[in-house]
Design a protein around this ligand. Structure first.
Ligand code: GRF
Length: 320
């Protein structure tokens, strides 16, 4: 499978979830590859397993490195061409600037059905509260502990007589199923046309007087009233054999378009048929899309297509 997402797994101990990810990544159709395994403890037992499986291991000692630890870890991830970080029993509190650098690209597995039981001793809390089910959650990592967007969960029944230890063992089996499955669908999201369209739709909804329209069957957005709306953005999903799931927006003309395509051919392209009418293609089925830039293009295209009275209102509003 071409274009696999490169995942770094960070561990502090046993690494059984890491192992589950390594074995899942051995399947040809798995959308991620394990680029490297690292962590904060050079003697974490899981590291030896990763090495035995031929996965690159970078041993870092956070105690010895002190303040430089996070820079060294960042450099390790940069050098490894890492797209995503998967925490698997990584026991260090992560500084906010490191979390921001990996915002939307760092995930964790937690042994409870979040938002229930953040932090430690989750199984004991579930037992103390008389719960009949518990489980595990894969979530995005944000500065607040165990609070990022939930990407997937699995429920595990609590049996009479269960202790924190028995529960831990059974939840772990469920974790090993959950993590690879959720990570696989998470890393596939940015290349999925439906997900891309949803993301563009959310950005477009910030603009005034927008309605959904189609262009020769492709989803798009127009500005104006139901009758007169003029298209300013179109999603071209592998249009006429093109590689891109592209966003088509209005550029100022062929000079700007050819300039952008020559300078940044991995981002911009000349869309078949549409290019001739001034539509610029922005390839969105990439892992490194700058969504702020996409928002700017949408606004620019909206302005180019909106009737003068609407852009005038916007200019007036901006003056305040
Ligand atoms: C797992 O229970 C996981 O949910 C939690 O830490 C434990 C790590 O176990 N975050 P392992 O090192 O993956 O075996």
């Amino acid at each position: 499978m071409a274009d696999k997402a490169r995942v770094a797994v960070l561990i502090s101990g046993r690494g059984s979830n890491m192992a589950a990810l390594i074995y899942a990544a051995k399947a040809d159709d798995c959308p991620f590859a394990i680029a490297l395994v690292s962590g904060d403890k050079p003697d974490a037992p899981g590291l030896a397993l990763a090495e035995a499986e031929g996965v690159k291991v970078v041993r870092l000692n956070s105690k010895e490195l002190g303040k430089t630890y996070w820079n060294d870890l960042q450099k390790t991830l940069d050098d490894g061409g890492v797209d995503y970080v998967a925490l698997a029993g990584f026991m260090k509190i992560i500084p906010t600037d490191f979390v921001s650098r990996w915002a939307g690209r760092m995930v964790n597995i937690h042994p409870s059905l979040l938002p229930k039981y953040k932090g430690l001793h989750t199984h004991q809390h579930a037992l103390d509260n008389g719960d009949t089910t518990t489980g595990a959650t894969v979530h995005l990592v944000t500065p607040e502990l165990d609070s990022g967007e939930i990407l997937g969960q699995v429920e595990v029944a609590i049996l009479p007589g269960d202790t924190a230890e028995t529960l831990d063992r059974r939840v772990l089996i469920a974790e090993h199923q959950l993590y690879p499955r959720v990570l696989a669908s998470f890393v596939s999201r940015p290349l999925d046309a439906g997900w891309i369209e949803g993301r563009v739709d959310a950005l477009v909804s910030a603009l005034p007087h927008v309605i959904r329209k189609t262009s020769h069957g492709s989803p798009g957005w127009g500005v104006g009233s139901e009758k007169t709306a003029k298209l300013f953005a179109i999603i071209a999903d592998h249009h006429h054999g093109e590689q891109a799931v592209g966003l088509l927006v209005k550029a100022s003309g062929p000079d700007e378009m050819t300039g952008l395509i020559e300078a940044q051919g991995d981002i911009y392209y000349w869309p078949k048929y549409y290019g001739a009418s001034g539509w610029l293609g922005i390839k969105l089925n990439r892992r490194d899309v700058d969504w702020d830039q996409v928002a700017d293009w949408l606004e620019r295209s909206w302005r180019a297509c909106a009737p003068p009275r609407m852009t005038k209102l916007m200019r007036v509003a901006e003056e305040f």
